[in-house]
Design a protein around this ligand. Structure first.
Ligand code: ADP
Length: 706
């Protein structure tokens, strides 16, 4: 395991394993067949990739997500790991070339689509390759009890049975009920004790349900507040996607669109632009998302309620794969329930199936109305016993005040009764606001005592209020396409004054943006590098890595290696440019303290420490600028190297940097300032005294004190 930890650092730039990873890797390295059940973003890939590096021969990865394979292979290559894939997207010629390379031992990992296994000749070819580990991604697809059964997954059993040398098997999934887990274990010869489950909880996801205000308005406010972030908005129908897409673009938000009614070319262009951060918003039906692995989706908004919790958690779960805080917001509206019921009614004639789907839909509604922890509700749904409250979903944190709206509710409810409970919300709100609409007059509603009783609001506002009362279940909807509203028993209690109606104040829209200028700059730089390399930006560095850079401000190589997600290869490929950009930023923002020192020994690089390389050139008489040019580093990095050498008691020609006079002046001035920060000191000194001079003087003075 020592070596596994070293590789985690060296190839991936991570300090420690996440929950479950260590145990899974340990079992696999001991040759035990293993099942790993971890939530999306939990870090399943590393569970087979690190063993792949440590085991002889090749690791075969079977995955149904063809569109992800290229990204996965690109990501591995960026980390310095040789990998390839075989699927229907490549030509026969290319395929046989790759197969040859595989046989020659050129790759540590080979991704294949399960359909390949249906070809016996291909299976035969695999037998001549040394395969130590077979990893099965999305392993729930093997189970007929799962929601995503794939017949070609059954071929895996045959493959394993016929393989000349028995490879270790690792099955991975994020969605397995106990029943499905049993099925996976049984099909793949995994003993149940070797199933490692870390549960389904996603600690970085913040769930909320918005049901008391107009969703269109909420959406606009939210997007405005988070406009720099990547988000997905799910809508139930193609028509709704098109209309939202038009609305958002009109409002100035560059938005992509995706649904099954578009042609393939269009869909793939839109998806690509989103993945490459060229468009930060995507409005889509549930057709979108299966094949995408974009790690920096900061929020997922459901504009309409989905049909069941499985779909909801899967779609919402596309937020925050990189582990950073992300939001999952469901905009509830009573009409959605009507639409979903209608769809169930239309789709499958089996009574049993319909009953099952309705049950699931009702659970979805329960989720919208639960007053307990939302994350715990989800976990309970997926079979976890007594899950703890998450402490950060809306229900765990909501402290908004409520306003008593009982009187207005009584006006609406009594008007509905007077109108005979035969109308929808438009007509009811017109009567309440005293509209002169012909239909209102035709029915003689202007005679009602409730006609025009709410004359200080628009019909639209009153309609929103009716939605609120429906969401609170004081009103129910009946009928299909043109729903008729009726007062519920609970509504009658309101009318009788037995119940109060409270409405929460408008929800404050949160901002999940990392408001940091440097983060934005690094994001831009990442985009440029990604375009050059022709890969999605998150493959260069995750948002988590950029955030860590913005926090640690590494302007020296060793410090840069301390950043989360910076392994040796990434460091060598991108270190210089990123350090350069950070240095420039720090220089322009003197209030920030750059991190120029190594805080601890790092195992990522075994070559000569970078500062000593600079020192060697310094001793040869090269100037700071020359060293920078020779090494492709910024002057600031080289200056930092020299100061570090000074701290390690290597000789530095201080006289070349500052005179005695400047030395005394800087120390004298520092003594009279009560701030330890450099900026006020710099401002108190004559202009010609640079930051480097000041820092050098501080280092020298520090050395003299010791
Ligand atoms: P999954 O396949 O389970 O959805 P991934 O394997 O794609 O998850 O990992 C999700 C993210 O977490 C990736 O950005 C990955 O680099 C990161 N990650 C994985 N393991 C660790 C770890 N030990 N420390 C920090 N980040 C990790």
């Amino acid at each position: 395991m020592e070596k596994a930890r070293e590789y985690l650092q060296q190839y991936y730039g991570y300090e420690s394993f996440r929950k479950g990873q260590e145990q899974i890797i340990e079992q696999v390295l001991k040759g035990m067949n293993t099942a790993g059940i971890m939530p999306t973003g939990g870090g399943k890939s590393i569970c087979y990739q690190i063993p792949a590096l440590l085991l002889p021969g090749v690791t075969l990865v079977i995955s149904p997500l063809i569109s992800l394979m290229k990204d996965q292979v690109d990501a591995l290559e960026q980390n310095g790991i040789d990998a390839t894939f075989l699927n229907s997207s490549i030509s026969g010629l290319e395929s046989s070339k790759r197969m040859n390379d595989i046989k020659q031992g050129r790759y540590k990992l080979v991704y294949i689509a399960p359909e390949r296994l249906e070809n016996p000749a291909f299976q035969q070819e695999l037998f001549s390759v040394e395969i130590s580990l077979v990893a099965i991604d999305e392993a729930h697809c093997i189970s007929q009890w799962g929601h995503d059964f794939r017949p070609s997954y059954l071929k895996i059993k045959t493959l394993l049975k016929n393989m000349p040398a028995e490879p270790t098997v690792l099955a991975l999934t994020a969605t397995a009920t106990p029943h499905v887990t049993d099925d996976i274990c049984q099909s793949l010869g995994i003993s149940k004790e070797h199933a490692v489950s870390t549960g389904f909880s996603r600690e970085n996801l913040f769930f909320s349900v918005v049901k008391e205000e107009n969703r269109g308005r909420f959406l606009m406010r939210y997007i405005e507040k988070n406009k720099n972030e990547s988000g997905i908005i799910y809508a139930a129908t193609r028509k709704e996607v098109d209309s939202l897409h038009a609305k958002l673009n009109k409002a100035g938000f560059k938005t992509g669109r995706y649904h099954a009614g578009m042609n393939e070319q269009d869909r793939s262009t839109q998806q690509d632009e989103f993945i490459r951060d060229e468009v930060s918003l995507m409005v889509a039906t549930s057709a979108f998302g299966m094949g995408i692995d974009k790690s920096n989706v900061r929020y997922v908004i459901h504009y309409q309620t989905p049909k069941n919790m499985e779909s909801y958690y899967q779609e919402a779960g596309r937020a925050g794969r990189d582990g950073l805080d992300s939001e999952c917001i469901l905009l509830y509206s009573p009409q959605d329930m009507q639409i979903q019921r209608f769809l169930i009614d239309q789709s499958n004639p089996s009574q049993e199936w319909q009953a099952q789907e309705l049950k699931k839909l009702n659970k979805m509604k329960d989720y919208c109305f639960t007053e307990g922890c939302l994350q715990a509700f989800i976990l309970r749904y997926f079979g976890e016993e007594n899950p703890a409250d998450c402490g950060h979903c809306e229900n765990c944190t909501d402290k908004r005040d409520s306003v008593d709206v009982t009187t207005q509710a009584q006006m609406v409810l009594s008007c509905m009764l007077r109108m005979g409970e035969r109308f929808g919300k438009t007509m009811i709100s017109q009567v309440l606001t005293g509209s002169r609409n012909k239909k209102v007059e035709e029915f003689g509603f202007q005679q009602l005592s409730t006609y025009g009783i709410i004359n200080n609001q628009t019909a639209k506002d009153v309609a929103d209020f009716i939605d609120f009362l429906t969401a609170k279940q004081y009103i129910e909807m009946t009928g299909g396409q043109f729903p008729v509203l009726k007062v519920t028993n609970s509504g009658r209690e309101v009318l009788l004054g037995q119940k109060k109606v409270l409405r929460k104040e408008v929800k404050q829209v949160s901002s999940i943006s990392v408001d940091h200028g440097l983060f934005e700059e690094l994001r831009q730089l990442r985009k440029e590098m990604a375009a050059k390399e022709n890969v999605p930006p998150f493959i260069i560095f995750s948002d988590a890595s950029l955030k860590d850079m913005a926090a640690k401000l590494p302007t020296a190589e060793q410090a840069f290696l301390e950043v989360k997600g910076v392994g040796t290869q990434k460091f060598e490929r991108f270190g210089t440019v990123f350090i350069e950009r950070i240095s420039r930023y720090v220089q322009a923002h003197p209030e920030l303290e750059a991190n120029t020192m190594i805080t601890k020994e790092t195992s990522k690089r075994s070559v000569e420490p970078s500062h000593l390389e600079s020192y060697r050139l310094y001793q040869e008489g090269k100037s700071i600028k020359e060293i920078g040019t020779l090494r492709g580093l910024s002057s600031i990095s080289v200056e930092n190297h020299l100061l570090k050498c000074a701290q390690e008691r290597l000789d530095i020609e201080w006289d070349d940097i500052f005179s005695d006079e400047v030395y005394n002046l800087v120390l004298e001035t520092a003594l009279h300032l009560d701030s330890e920060k450099l900026k006020p000191l710099k401002e108190a000194l004559p202009e010609h005294i640079s930051y480097f001079m000041i820092r050098a003087i501080m280092v020298k003075a520090g050395l003299e004190e010791r």
